[in-house]
Design a protein around this ligand. Sequence first.
Ligand code: HEC
Length: 153
Amino acid sequence: MKKFATLMAAAAIAGGFSVAQAQTPAAPDDIIAARQAGFKHVGDLFNAMKKGIDAGADVTTFAVGAKEIADWGRKIPSMFPKGTETGHDTHAQPTVWTDNATFNTNANNLATEADKLAVAAASGDKAKFAAQWQTTGNTCGSCHANQKFRTRL
Ligand code: HEC
């Protein structure tokens, strides 16, 4: 594994990858602000979908947003590095770090279900989309219910 990392670093240098940038860690406050903005965006997308469902709208337009939510799910684990437990009015619970395996599994489940949500949206099947929206919402709940990983619902 270590050998692999060294190889990758060498490849990155050879490839002209911005090593300077990669080695400068972002300030904790910036990471917290970025993850809150990411969740806020996902929350807005998710609420807009609910409105669309209730209004009987064409769901194909939600495929792009669903993909964004899936991508966010894949990104969540990297947005909670050590050193970002406090500051910038974070509402992350200490459990994010003490039960990190569950946290990452939940994030992974969000990505999986939101990918299916994108497929359902693209199909144009409103009932299928509505059902999958609910299933995806349950993965949000896996972190938010009972304030498991966030100090607010
Ligand atoms: C892996 C756990 C996890 C999953 C899954 C998850 N969240 Fe969160 N969410 C969090 C945590 C932790 C925070 C607090 C981040 C902080 O304050 O640093 C948060 C914050 C938020 C916020 C507040 C953002 C702000 O303005 O500060 C919203 C809105 C939100 N999540 C919505 C959602 C929605 C909608 C979903 C599902 C599509 C979702 N979350 C899935 C853990 C999760």
